[in-house]
Ligand binder design. Sequence first.
Ligand code: GL2
Length: 789
Amino acid sequence: MRTLHDNALGLFADELTHLSTQQQYQAVAVTIKGYYGKQWAATKAQADAKQTKQVYYFSIEFMPGRLMASNLLNLGIKDTVEAGLRELGLDPAAIYAAEVDPGLGNGGLGRLASAFLDSMASVGMAGNGNGIRYQYGLFQQRFVDGYQVELPDDWLREPNMWETRKENRAVIIKYGGQVELRPRANGSLQAIYHNTDDVLAVPYDTPMVGYRTGVVNTMRLWQAESVPGRAHNLADKARVDAITQILYPDDSDSAGRELRLRQEYFFVSAGIQSIMTHFKRFHQELNLLPKFVAIHINDTHPAMAVLELMRILLDEEELDWDEAWRLTVATLSYTNHTLMAEALETWPEAMFAGLLPRLYQIAGEIDRRFRARYRQQYGDLLVNRVAPLGDGQLRMAYLAVIGSHAVNGVAKLHSELLKTRVLKDLYAIFPERFSNQTNGITPRRWVQLADEPLAQLIDSKIGQPWRRDPMLLRRLSQYENNDEFLMALNAAKLANKQRLAQVIEHQLGLKVNPQAMFDVQIKRLHAYKRQLLHVFGILEAYLALKKGEKRPPRVHVFGAKAAPSYQYAKAVIKLMNAVADMVNHDPAVNQSLQVAFLPNYGVTLAEQIVPAADISEQISLAGTEASGTSNMKLMATGAITLATLDGANIEIRQAAGERAMATFGLTSEQVAFAQQNQSYRAAAQYEADPTLHRIVDMLTDGSIPGVESEGRMIRTELLDYNDSYFVLADFASYVAASRKLDQLWAEPKAWAKLALANIAASGQFSADFTVERYGRDIWQVLPSQPIES
Ligand code: GL2
């Protein structure tokens, strides 16, 4: 701890104990950097010396969460450091809490990207993140009068202790202007750019510390700055700074704006330029590129990597088209993350051509060759449907499939639906490219760090090896009839619930009963995720309790942000808060029913909610949620899933056993059938079920105070627009499944046994295995040796 004192003095010229908690946090962070700095350098040196193949994971979002506790855990010094801090009279938990959570993403997609970086380092794979250093992360959510209010997330207000600015690795990004193609002596064409608008991309590197491997990989985030000497006035500078200023707050949706297009090109071009510079330091032969480099396109946003890599190989490396194309396809791979049709990003050709004229030319040539190559065999109709250019748009998802050697979905059902629906025509042409890679989570963050009571209980029974190999959690099954263990499991859960109850009281001023069943739904607010169905379930219980029925006590816990422009989602938020108010203040029901909607859901809040959940609500309309990952976190900490047969819920059920999950609702086939035949009549459901009728009426008859216009909007969607997400269709079976959980709750041991079945089966959802499968099937990269330092 001497270094800690020195660091405190060095940073703040004061004694550690005189510093603010934020300053103490900074001094501790600098001390931790001393531990991994050598390993970080050694990881790079070993990769260069051994020429290990590098994976570059291109993602427009990353959500790493707070890093201090995770770095300590992964370095294997967490207990020692915590003990040292306590000896000095410092509180480790308070110091961890001083760290800002970088919310550089919207939800599951961004969190998955960060889990993959953690896992790649933890299995010893050379994996690099490539993204954007947004000055403002996802908005901070507050509720005012039950309405969502968005505040800027000024996360860089305090210094970011982990990042390192690498000014010497900055590159230039060119926008706009004109391209002139001049024949070279060898017959190829030289592209000469005129009047481009140039921007400097400066990388900031953050270490990704592997779990006890000695491997420290890098997440590289790029910041836009004026090229020195070229900003002529403040307006120029502001235009450049805007490129990396804000994260688009849209989830599973395309944000069709020119600034977004600039952002995408910015980090794609910067990333590929820096990859090529590094590659060429060691290799003269470009045909070795796919042997040493894998570039992954995480969802459609970085799809222009296809065009940018072609541009560099053609224009800067002077390869001919066929060779450049062969290398591009062999180097790139693509993951699709959503079934929402609107998220298949497209750009108006005119906008794209104006901002990226050379890339547009290349897209035109890819389009021409694609049509010429496949027209005969597949016919004009099919080729027209999926060629990169069509209807005046550049179709980025199709371009990504055409320009990659591998394409995958993120859960078995999703990958099937890609082949049979969303990307059907391209599957017909390139069947060998398609695979499934089910998502994963990092049990280190969600179990070891967030759920210490459970982690310690597990250690006490099966020792610590599960912490490295979570498949060993299977060994817990031997305790499924051990009463003492089952009661200990319930006790661990209760401790987490007491902790969450404090958070709820602190944030909402609401005292909840920790003995009640904690029923949790945490995810973005989306019509397809059906928070509305959950609200209807609450209203069903409310009406039953009002009539004097007895129900075991339940606390419904929500976390959800709505995109600021998504009016329907915001109406549902208002409804949720209004129902919470009504229920929590009604003494006739609030002993048995409470609702806690915690604002500002993100990684840090999830760490407090997940371990406290008894029920995990995963109730999207079947065939809409690509995978989900909160479903995996919640099962890993022993929640029982209340679910439709959607996304990864299906695989969770297979792993944990049918009895260990409460399922309900239409299947994706039934939904598709009803949609195709237009056979669904929401109004008929409303007429036929008196409870449902009453609940729908409550939206607009004043029973729920303060939701006049929101209630009308939701009622209109349900009855006039025929309930696009089948909420009314699934209502009765949802309530029935939920009631079964009420019965199970009456038997604590039976409940704990099912919780245990979930925990014991959760190992397969570790992202360590997911990245190993990507490595084997897609990147051709093996987990490698620990670093020798
Ligand atoms: C998502 C999917 O909606 C979600 O089901 C999936 O688990 C994650 C990660 O694969 O990706 N797609 C998407 O655009 N967002 C997601 O969370 N934002």
